[in-house]
Design a protein around this ligand. Structure first.
Ligand code: CA
Length: 222
């Protein structure tokens, strides 16, 4: 998963880059609008995080040119708090979501995952783990090439585990993926989804290990 961060504030840009790299995204950065526009004419990203106030070319213009060229990468714009007019203009120009500054990194990461999940990118979004393959854009999973029958919530659990493959995923991270903000989050419900998913994967040697007190880890049986 490749993400371009377009942000002229070096502290914020570095913080975003570090955070997203820790979540295993491949991250590029541009620090002004013209540089961003140049990169976006030749590269396809799974997501663009775009500040609006930028030197040389503002974020609106970067977005307008991207969409004018037919670029379909999802775009998350960063706006000043309460700048309603900016949000509306950004969405009208083809942004997919916005986040008001200042924001919390966990919220940004949740939005990033949601946008990538929606699969609006033209690039391939296929995650693999041993015999298991997950098409993020098509919302389909296969085991040894055979389609897996999963409920949407089981698929959501699998997406988080695969996006964070090799690291422990806690229940809060799964809950953030599975529920909208206004829905009640039940830890028991998450255990049920994980249990069902585990049953469906174990015949192929893919193991969801429970790390007591921490969360879950996707593993391949040796
Ligand atoms: Ca700025």
């Amino acid at each position: 998963m490749r993400i371009l961060i377009v942000e002229d504030d070096p502290v914020l840009s570095d913080g975003l880059q570090n955070s997203l790299r820790r979540s295993d995204f491949a991250v590029d950065a541009a620090h002004d609008g013209e540089a961003a526009n140049n990169i976006l004419t030749t590269q396809i990203y799974d997501l663009v995080i775009l500040d609006l106030g930028l030197p040389r070319l503002d974020g609106f213009e970067v977005l307008r040119r991207l969409r004018h060229r037919g670029g379909t990468s999802p775009v998350l714009i960063l706006t000043a708090r309460d700048a309603v007019a900016d949000r509306v203009k950004g969405l009208d120009l083809g942004a997919d979501d916005y986040l008001s500054k200042p924001f919390d990194l966990p919220e940004l990461e949740a939005r990033v995952r949601a946008l990538i999940r929606r699969g609006q990118s033209g690039g391939s979004a296929l995650l693999t783990h041993g015999p298991l393959a997950l098409d993020l854009a098509g919302h389909r999973a296969t085991l040894d090439g055979t389609p897996l029958e999963l409920s949407s919530r089981e698929l959501g659990v699998l997406e988080v585990l695969m996006l964070r493959s090799g690291r422990v995923v806690n229940k809060e991270q799964l809950a953030a993926q599975l529920y909208e903000h206004d829905e009640e989050v039940g830890a028991n419900a998450i255990e049920v989804y994980v249990h069902r998913l585990r049953k469906k994967l174990e015949r192929a040697g893919v193991v969801i290990r429970t790390i007591r007190g921490l969360g879950y880890l996707l593993e391949k049986r040796p």
